[in-house]
Design a protein around this ligand. Structure first.
Ligand code: HEM
Length: 193
């Protein structure tokens, strides 16, 4: 195991939770050929309720530069998508937020959260392709599902290089952070309407 990089370790540690997340009804709805705009918007809105707090936790962890990295912002793009889909500020502002376990806003746990956020851009590539077919290119806009954007795939390379260069004594905490963040996300998305 000595040759395992931190990014490989995080992938292995979260593999089962990822599969469980991918198997939830929200994912099947997103990937369905007959997905409609309203269902898409409600799914994005639910996602925002957990991506927003996770993003805020990482930003907080890096307030004094302690993390040394920030994942690509996704919450703002999701909000912009919701506006484009006809939601107004009141409806977006009133969305419920996922409860997060404590400690994700400090290092090294926040490194695991950053992994989760930037790693999700990879799966976003697959989702984006389906959305373009079901909803058309003009709707399939959000960055979180738009990972064939060259900036997004470059971001993943940066994130991986950053993770793999972190001090070895961050690894256990980063893994614990990735696991508890992914668990919170899975449980939140399990409650998607
Ligand atoms: C419709 C639901 C989803 C599908 C179909 C999906 C699919 C995928 C696929 C195919 C990959 C691997 C891509 C590659 O190796 O090039 C991937 C990676 C990943 N996904 Fe998902 N995903 C979904 C949902 C999510 C969600 C909601 C999150 C968390 C926000 C997430 C987090 C990740 C992470 C962290 C990776 C990186 C794994 C690694 O290489 O370390 N995924 N996903």
């Amino acid at each position: 195991m000595a040759d395992t990089t931190l990014s490989q370790r995080l992938r292995a540690a979260t593999e089962v939770i990822h599969q469980q997340t991918e198997s939830l009804p929200f994912a099947a709805r997103l990937m369905a050929p007959d997905l409609d705009r309203d269902t898409y918007a409600r799914t994005l809105a639910r996602m925002l309720g957990v991506i927003g707090p996770l993003e805020a936790a990482v930003t907080e962890a890096d307030r004094d530069g302690a993390l040394g990295f920030l994942p690509l912002p996704q919450a703002g793009s999701i909000v912009a998508d919701l506006f484009r889909l006809g939601w107004d500020e009141g409806r977006v502002g009133g969305l419920p937020l996922a409860p997060l376990p404590p400690g994700l806003d400090i290092t090294p746990a926040a490194a695991g959260v950053a992994y989760l956020l930037d790693g999700s851009l990879l799966g976003g590539r697959v989702v984006a392709r389906r959305l373009r077919d079901s909803l058309g290119p003009e709707v399939a806009g959000s960055l979180s599902f738009h990972a064939d954007d060259p900036a997004a795939s470059q971001q993943w390379q940066l994130c991986r290089a950053w993770l793999d260069g972190l001090p070895a004594d961050w690894a256990d905490g980063a893994e614990a952070g990735a696991l508890s963040a992914f668990t919170a996300l899975r449980d939140w998305m399990a409650g998607a309407p």
